[in-house]
Ligand binder design. Structure first.
Ligand code: TXA
Ligand code: MG
Length: 305
């Protein structure tokens, strides 16, 4: 039996499998089983109101779950498999458990690109509900070892697909029945890329229930964060950008490459945390391209807990 067959068997039994994606690792369960989905919330210690992404193999599978406006189809055709999640009106005959959608009339769908996970989706044959594979409110996992640290025995199997190539969660775009497009979460697919394909996307209203995972404190390491720090103060660990790090610090990207910075973000926060830093001072990051998502995560990680 291959490891993928084993993983599919565990999912069929209603249990949890962590899997690699190009963004971050996911903590997966059979999306059609409310009991299996409940295990995810239990393992993460996650607030119930936070709905999950249903991972699918392709656009055809997504069309069986949601009503996709032409704009959503354009995005899926251009960017799937890849780091884009589409939130759309849920079909009445969707097979995804209501618990996975937290009772909303919409559903979040994504076709991930990692070959191991595509194979798993193919063999399993049903959507896999999965949040990022970390304890609620903590930094997302970008390696199998991080998943082990975060969730340990709470997950039945971890598929090791190496370090996540992008290292930042997917971009979430809601496309309503009338084609209204809202950027719910900046992520690994830059806003500019989305807007080139479908025109302007608006920002969610602050405090809106429709806005996802928007708890102020989120993606948080143990250490305190000080943002937009041109240099570290006495005793701070420095997370540099566009320069080499001083002793005891790390650089997201010495050359100022935002793609490299996104890929390193969570692993570096974890490493500085593990080294015992009280405060991590973070260099300014420009808010263009992937910088928007990086700054969004840093602001949440820095928020009062
Ligand atoms: O890259 C990713 O998106 C990773 C990998 C594993 O696919 N997944 C991920 O899942 O980041 P999670 O659960 O950490 O974040 C998903 C976000 C949550 O903030 C949730 O609120 C939002 O998606 N979401 C899910 N369904 C939604 C819906 N119907 N309407 C609005 N937001 C939704
Ligand atoms: Mg998450």
């Amino acid at each position: 039996m291959t490891e993928i067959d084993r993983a599919a068997g565990i999912l069929r039994a209603g249990r949890l499998v962590a899997f690699p994606t190009e963004t971050v690792y996911g903590l997966g369960a059979d999306a059609t089983s409310p009991n299996a989905v409940a295990r995810i919330y239990e393992a993460k210690g996650r607030p119930r109101f936070n709905p999950l992404i249903a991972h699918v193999l392709d656009l055809d599978a997504a069309l069986r779950q949601a009503h996709l406006h032409a704009k959503a189809i354009t995005l899926a055709e251009a960017l799937w498999p890849g780091p884009l999640t589409i939130v759309a009106p849920r079909r009445a005959d969707s097979t995804v458990a209501e618990l996975a959608c937290a009772g909303l009339t919409s559903i979040a769908l994504r076709a991930p690109a990692h070959p191991i996970t595509r194979e798993l989706l193919g063999v399993f044959g049903k959507p896999i509900a999965a949040p990022s594979a970390n304890r609620s409110g903590k930094v997302s996992s970008t390696t199998a070892a991080h998943v082990r640290e975060e969730l340990g025995e709470r997950v039945d199997l971890i598929l090791d697909g190496g370090a996540s190539a992008l290292g930042l969660e997917s971009t979430i775009v809601a496309i309503a029945a009338d084609g209204g497009a809202v950027l719910l979460r900046p992520g690994a697919a830059p806003r500019e890329t989305i807007q080139k394909l479908i025109g302007p996307v608006t920002d969610p209203h602050l405090g809106s229930v429709e806005a996802p995972g928007m708890l102020a404190s989120h993606y948080a390491p143990r250490a305190r964060l000080r943002l937009n720090a041109e240099a570290p103060r006495e005793g701070e660990a420095y997370l540099a950008f566009g320069a080499e790090a001083p002793v005891g610090g790390l650089s997201l990207s010495p050359t100022g490459d935002l793609v490299e910075a996104a890929a390193n973000l969570y692993a570096h926060l974890r490493a500085l945390d593990a080294a015992g830093a009280e405060t991590i001072a973070v260099a300014p990051i420009p808010s263009i391209g992937l910088g928007e998502a990086i700054n969004d995560r840093l602001a949440r990680a820095a928020a009062p807990r």
